[in-house]
Design a protein around this ligand. Structure first.
Ligand SMILES: Cc1ncc(COP(=O)(O)O)c(C=O)c1O
Length: 375
């Protein structure tokens, strides 16, 4: 499958989790829209909203929600900022998350909560963690009558753990607590039915596991809350009827002059997945992730940080090393492996991702490199 991508053939690319690789056919589609725009940019941008609506329809079907309840945005951070700034958080109210929150969004919530006099609470989820019950015991203990919102990663960034989101949703629904799910890593990685989960807000990145071009993400907002959520940038869509959709779509879709073409490629990214038997590849990769984790842990002597059932096509492993940057550099320069190695909460970790262009040989190359570097 690697020939479907522009990936450097010399490099074993194991960092799809940070920035996905884009298939050539999806790039061709991007180029098609870019050319169309350059042929008459005025005409193109004046007529871009029906094209966006068409693309949203395909995305809505893929992520399981009404397409008019989601808007395109460049990245999940943008989506979270829109919601965090709009929420009517009062002094003393609390937003509950975990210490596994994506770093940039930790900054967002800390800043917004302190501006509004609210409290940002990060439940400490220790590692290793062995079960849903252990997680829920700790996390849900952080909820109380002041909890206004739960902000939770569906699958965490640094630790690559898929949290028990269904159970969290049940708990929150029973108590009337709002939930914002950060699903940056979910679309294209796990089947997603937003309407079934029924959160208040959901954001996902199409440019990660769905392989759309960078700068393609979305924000879902439950219908009854859409009037309350403003975009970070107030532009023409604030007052003008730009599409035949709702005010929610208008105000979020026109954010000044910007390149809409990556959003238009989402249907071709979804077709690429469907035409290439995505699900079977995902299953093979999930098994390869588990087996690779097992073999690396045998070498490092460190502990699995979460149960196998929490893993997708990505896993983080604690490494008994003192210099993460040096280890990463050696993997890149000496073994031609692109993989993140980083410090998180005082420990060093390696996080590898397998996508449909990766092979068992790639996994073996990583295992062998770690064996040599650890000896
Ligand atoms: C869990 C999680 N949330 C949010 C993001 C947001 O990414 P960005 O910095 O592109 O907004 C990421 C990116 O890797 C992520 O892993």
């Amino acid at each position: 499958m690697k020939s479907h991508f522009y990936l450097d053939p010399e490099i074993v690319f194991l960092n799809h989790g940070s920035f996905g690789a884009v298939p050539k056919v999806v790039y061709a589609d991007l180029w098609h829209w870019q050319k169309k725009m350059e042929m008459d940019s005025v005409q193109f941008l004046e007529n871009v909203f029906p094209l966006l609506a068409k693309s949203r329809r395909v995305l809505g079907e893929f992520v399981g929600c009404n397409c008019d309840d989601l808007v395109y945005c460049p990245n999940p951070t943008h989506a979270v900022n829109a919601v965090a700034r709009s929420l009517d958080l009062k002094p003393g109210e609390e937003v509950l998350s975990t210490n596994h929150i994506y770093g940039a969004l930790d900054y967002t919530w800390s800043h917004i909560c302190s501006e509004k006099g609210a409290k940002f609470i990060k439940a400490e989820i220790p590692l290793p963690i062995s079960s849903n019950e252990e997680f829920l015991d700790i996390f849900l203990n952080g909820c109380n009558e002041r909890t206004k919102l739960i902000f939770i990663s569906h699958l965490t960034s640094m630790t690559a753990c898929r949290f028990p989101i269904e159970e969290i949703m049940t708990f929150a629904h029973e108590r009337g607590i709002s939930v914002f799910i950060d699903g940056a890593h979910i679309p294209g990685h796990f089947p997603l039915e937003i309407s079934e989960l029924n959160p208040d807000f959901y954001t996902g990145a199409c440019h990660k596991w769905m392989c759309a071009p960078k700068g393609t993400s979305f924000l879902y907002v439950k219908k009854e809350l859409q009037n309350k959520i403003d975009p970070p940038v107030i532009s023409w869509g604030w007052k003008t009827d730009l599409s035949d959709g709702s005010r929610f779509l208008n105000k979020h879709e026109w954010q000044g002059t910007r390149d809409m073409t990556p959003f238009l490629t989402v249907p071709s990214a979804i077709s690429f997945m469907q035409e290439n038997d995505w699900e079977s590849h995902a299953e093979v990769n999930r098994n390869l992730v588990r087996e690779t984790r097992r073999q690396i842990l045998d070498i490092t002597g460190t502990k699995a940080i979460c149960p196998d059932s929490w893993l997708g096509q990505m896993a983080s492993i604690p490494l008994p090393i003192s210099d993460a940057q040096n280890f990463k550099r050696q993997l890149r320069d000496k073994y031609k492996i692109q993989v993140p190695v980083f410090e998180w909460e005082g420990e060093n970790y390696l996080r590898f991702s397998f996508h449909l262009y990766n092979t068992e040989e790639d996994a073996q190359r990583l295992i062998e490199a770690i064996r040599q570097l650890q000896s």
